[in-house]
Design a protein around this ligand. Structure first.
Ligand SMILES: *Cc1c(COP(=O)(O)O)cnc(C)c1O
Length: 458
């Protein structure tokens, strides 16, 4: 066919925005392992999960066979405020690298929360509202998820209680104020407002908190307050489902110009943006229709895929959440204070873990200084100031494009640019001042993390 000029940005119209989410699990022959009740070690039932999560989200969580889930109109209307998001041809980056490769990125940072997390926040808030709840609780580390959820709750008139890891609460006062502007209450965690928080404070006075600990507090408040449920911004199957909008839009946009990516790259914290981006492509791969190289990028400081174990583990420090079978470093693993807060979770979403175990995707770990080098180059040529998390994907996209320069191959590379870095300027400051360092856990430190995993052989 005649070669069409590919524009800098490929947009879809509102009408072209997908009307259904797609679940990868439907096309997996071997399904991800079920969530287990930590007390009985039996698969969790819908009734048990409904104490913590909204009913309809529980149904999505447990449904392994439905491929397409209609996106309710109210959620689609909210999406229209910031979607469809463009696929961008990184012409300037290609030129800078002098590579024959074609580089494309799907940009999810064009909303106030600054990341893809809003795609699931609005869905989860919608189902809470539909169930007649008063509000939701959650935790936030770097703050992107808390911000996204406060925006969604403000839109729907729901109360939103956010437990924010104490060191972030103190270091990122601007994020906190965005959440409060959207009407959320923000509590530094650990706090004396919960039983588990008081216990942790007594045991570790002066602790600056952790994501696992904030999860425990948020779950406690949700299960002890009438009319509240807990919501989570990554890791769960339901979150991957909502994030499939990223990949469905990307595929539709690329299809318009007959572009078939050879390599698809995304950063992986809990796995939701990557799972969303790859979903329609992985679906084709699972059905044997098309092959793609798919690469998860994680920080060398928190290498769940590349150095973790595939086993059942706790999702939170308080060990009150369900057990999930995943690639994990152990719930007691404390990653060093890297600047990609959104990638500091010890585990990985069970669906992606199973796909990785089946050899359907690859993973690489990268060091933070090389990530910021990539971020700086990208910002200077493409104009967007990327989030540190997203810059992990940029790093590997650049590396793959440079390999093409060596071999002369014209590969097509698609990566997920999950968000912007305006709230990460302390990290950029460190990089600019030349005082950023890399931290890679030793084998002993990783073994210590594993020692905190459930002792039972599951
Ligand atoms: C939270 C976050 C991530 C990582 O989370 P996933 O669930 O792995 O997608 C990546 N990028 C940004 C900008 C984030 O806020």
């Amino acid at each position: 066919m005649s070669k069409q000029e590919i524009p800098y940005k490929i947009y879809l119209s509102e009408e072209e925005m997908p009307k259904e989410w797609y679940s990868i699990r439907a096309d997996m022959k071997k399904k991800p392992a079920p969530l287990l009740n930590p007390a009985t070690l039996k698969p969790l039932t819908a009734d048990e999960l409904s104490v913590v999560f909204c009913r309809e989200l529980v149904e999505q969580e447990l449904d392994e066979n439905t491929a397409l889930f209609p996106i309710p109109e109210e959620i689609r209307n909210f999406y229209k405020m910031y979607r469809p998001s463009p696929v961008v041809r990184a012409y300037c980056l290609e030129k800078k690298l002098n590579t024959p490769a074609e580089i494309y990125y799907k940009f999810e940072g064009n909303n106030t929360s600054g990341s893809h997390k809003l795609n699931s926040a609005i869905a989860q808030a919608y189902y809470a509202k539909k169930q007649g709840l008063k509000g939701v609780t959650t935790e936030t580390g770097a703050g992107q998820w808390g911000t996204a959820l406060s925006m969604a709750c403000a839109y729907l008139g729901l109360d939103c209680k956010v437990f924010m890891v104490k060191c972030s609460y103190e270091q990122k006062p601007f994020r906190r104020e965005v959440m409060r502007t959207y009407g959320a209450s923000v509590t530094p965690s650990p706090s004396d407002t919960t039983e588990i928080g008081r216990k942790i404070l007594a045991e570790f006075p002066g602790t600056t908190g952790s994501l696992g600990c904030a999860i425990s507090e948020a779950v406690e408040v949700a299960t002890h307050t009438e009319g509240y449920r807990y919501v989570l911004g990554s890791v769960l199957n339901q979150v991957l489902l909502h994030q499939s909008i990223i990949g469905l839009e990307a595929k539709k946009a690329l299809d318009k110009y007959d572009i078939v990516p050879d390599i698809i790259i995304g950063c992986a914290g809990g796995g939701s943006n990557l799972g969303g981006l790859i979903s329609p492509f992985m679906g084709q791969k699972l059905r044997g229709e098309q092959d793609y190289r798919i690469i998860a990028v994680e920080p060398a400081s928190c290498p769940s895929f590349t150095r973790g174990k595939y086993a059942y583990d706790f999702c939170d420090t308080g060990q009150i959440c369900p057990l999930a079978k995943m690639y994990t470093l152990g719930s007691g693993f404390i990653p060093s204070a890297s600047h990609a807060g959104g990638l500091r979770f010890h585990g990985m979403c069970p669906t992606l873990s199973e796909l990785y175990d089946q050899g359907m995707m690859e993973a690489v770990a990268v060091e933070q200084t090389s990530v910021f080098e990539a971020a700086e180059m990208f910002a200077r040529v493409e104009g967007i100031l990327p989030a540190p998390e997203s810059s992990h994907a940029i790093r590997v996209a650049i590396d793959e494009a440079l390999k093409c320069k060596e071999t002369g191959e014209k590969k097509k590379i698609l990566f997920g640019l999950t968000g912007t870095g305006y709230f990460d300027l302390v990290a950029y400051e460190k990089y600019n001042n030349g005082v950023m360092s890399d931290s890679i856990p030793t084998d002993e430190e990783i073994a210590k993390g594993w020692a905190t995993m459930p002792k039972v052989d599951l």
